[in-house]
Design a protein around this ligand. Sequence first.
Ligand SMILES: Nc1ncnc2c1ncn2[C@@H]1O[C@H](COP(=O)(O)OP(=O)(O)OP(=O)(O)O)[C@@H](O)[C@H]1O
Ligand SMILES: [Mg+2]
Length: 249
Amino acid sequence: MSLLEVDDVVVQFGGVTAVDHASFVAEAGRVTGLIGPNGAGKTTCFNVISGLQKPNRGRVVFDGRPVTRLSVPRRSRRGMGRTFQRLEAFGSLSVRENVRVARDIHGGFAGLLRPTAADVDGLLERVGIAAYADERADSIPTGTARLLELARCLACDPQLLLLDEPSSGLDETETDAFGHLLAELAAEGRGVLMVEHDMDLVMSVCDEIHVLDFGKVIASGAPGAIRSNPDVQRAYLGYSDADDQELVR
Ligand SMILES: Nc1ncnc2c1ncn2[C@@H]1O[C@H](COP(=O)(O)OP(=O)(O)OP(=O)(O)O)[C@@H](O)[C@H]1O
Ligand SMILES: [Mg+2]
């Protein structure tokens, strides 16, 4: 049984079909990539999975149970966490307070009674932004804010992390460290589903990749197979090595 199953999901915005009968899975203990050209429907899929967008049809099954009708908070309580392509930190709070709010709200009344400051600082340390703990969230660099979103997501101890373009704004060294952290999170048994445009990161860290184009899943497989898939090459480059061979023949 997969940790997450997206089953035949369709999302229409007026005349635009943003997600077109998409089905794919993400497993616990693995990093799964969801890639595709701009406008392919990746963020819309994340919105359907996390509960922000109601699909026109299809369903989402999480940890063996359908969650398609559950609210965002209930999915979060079941163990889904996410970060956003357009950053969503509380700008007037400090970095530490942002993570603390997530932790305390998620923990409910019991969470408010537990002393949590040490855990929060541990999380900031873990994602590599402890030096920014007391800075206001609206004053930190974009890359740091992405790591803050990751720390806030981890504060809810999710079984599944949905990360929407988590590496944009990170420099090369930060991206390397981030790749190691993703592998570590998967090794802890969590599932990671990541939308990402940095192909080096995707190819080096993902165990499996699903490719969306115009809302449809056009390929699923291991990084090597995806890289050499003619449909994927056409979606990204407009042509494939296989087309050259056809011309030569
Ligand atoms: N709320 C909305 N209303 C109308 N159209 C939308 C809405 N959200 C997304 N779309 C359209 O749906 C399609 C898929 O958008 P989506 O944001 O899911 O793509 P994406 O793969 O995340 O792209 P990017 O790589 O640029 O982030 C696009 O054509 C987009 O313009
Ligand atoms: Mg997007």
